[in-house]
Design a protein around this ligand. Structure first.
Ligand SMILES: [Cu+2]
Length: 171
């Protein structure tokens, strides 16, 4: 009887120690990225919407010019994205390629005149439809005001396979 009680106490003590080890292991794995996914360039975790953009921009073997960071333009009335910015081997990039904005923000895609003809076309999974028309070397800005939250994925028709893609998260 006395022996049983002692072994039960030992078992409980062992279980408590094991539990503490598990908690510590979970804590340390959380601090280097954790189970919730990749970290962005600033060390934080992506939101679900941002993760969709990350997956889109990293979906192929394309070199891309996306470094994992989102330009935080939340609260801005208007945001400019350059079309034909340096990247992807020439001026085949949007800059910045990933932007986070608030509802009500107008995005203005402005052609630099570099890198040949470009356009802005939404991809299949985009929550928003975007189409600036046929690729052009130079033109007036293409603008879109985002009134609802969601994610926009887009690409340039002539340079999509080179990695000319972009994403907008509307919070
Ligand atoms: Cu292009």
């Amino acid at each position: 009887m006395n022996t049983d009680e002692t072994s039960r106490r030992r078992f409980l003590a062992a279980a408590a120690t094991a539990g503490a080890s598990v908690a510590l292991a979970g804590c340390s794995s959380g601090s280097d990225g954790g189970e919730s996914g990749e970290s962005d360039a600033n060390g934080g975790d992506y939101s679900a919407a941002e993760q969709r953009v990350v997956d889109y921009l990293n979906s192929n073997d394309e070199t891309g010019n996306f470094d994992g960071s989102f330009a935080d333009e939340t609260g801005a009335d208007e945001v400019v994205i350059e079309v034909g910015a340096p990247g992807n081997g020439a001026n085949y990039a949007y800059a910045p390629p990933a932007v986070t904005i608030s509802t009500g923000t107008t995005v203005s895609w402005e052609w630099t005149g570099e890198g040949g003809s470009h356009n802005v076309v939404s991809a299949d999974d985009s929550d928003f439809e975007l189409s600036s028309g046929s690729p052009q070397e130079q033109r007036e800005p293409f603008t879109q005001t985002f009134e609802e939250s969601g994610v926009a994925f887009y690409y340039c028709s002539p340079h999509r396979t080179l990695g000319m893609k972009g994403g907008v998260v509307v919070e």
